[in-house]
Design a protein around this ligand. Sequence first.
Ligand SMILES: Cc1cc2nc3c(=O)[nH]c(=O)nc-3n(C[C@H](O)[C@H](O)[C@H](O)COP(=O)(O)O)c2cc1C
Length: 178
Amino acid sequence: MTVLQIDSSITGAASASRTLTQAIVDRLGRDDVVYRDVAADPLPHLTERGQDEHILDEFLAADTVVIGAPMYNFTIPSQLKAWIDRILVAGKTFQYGANGPEGLVGDKRVIVAVARGGFYDEGSPAAGMEHVETYLRGVFGFIGIVPEFVIASGLAIGPEQREESIRSALGETVRLAA
Ligand SMILES: Cc1cc2nc3c(=O)[nH]c(=O)nc-3n(C[C@H](O)[C@H](O)[C@H](O)COP(=O)(O)O)c2cc1C
């Protein structure tokens, strides 16, 4: 089994989500890390033709998956969506049974590092525009996984807030690895 690290930020070395995924992976302390950068090497959009199952196999082979999910226009980058499109596969990661949809992926740890420019706390005016954490919680729940989240918010508010939010999220990574 492996750790699969997925980054999707377009902002390179300045990326908060990349900083967080790397910190999480470092804290896991594993030497079997498979790295995929869907911003540097974008996956094509889905088509009706059969898809290469390499991405799905890579996901299934990992016991732990660490995903960097920056918020772009209130949701995940389309590059990350193209990856999600390859891991939600009927008959492989979910199926429809007598009682509705059933997730088929058990026993896998998924840790998502979210980076957002604004604040989306429950009850706040922008809460209804949060489609990163809510979407990924739904997507992974659908295939049978309860994801864990490390979230840095308010990164576009100003340099002090950015520093404080990243520091606090980095602190969270200690708890995750414990
Ligand atoms: C193209 C683009 C779109 C963005 N859209 C939003 C948005 O809708 N809401 C928000 O709170 N922040 C938005 N931001 C700010 C990012 O979420 C913030 O910069 C975050 O740090 C991105 O993660 P990264 O540092 O890993 O790239 C956007 C940033 C970019 C570059």
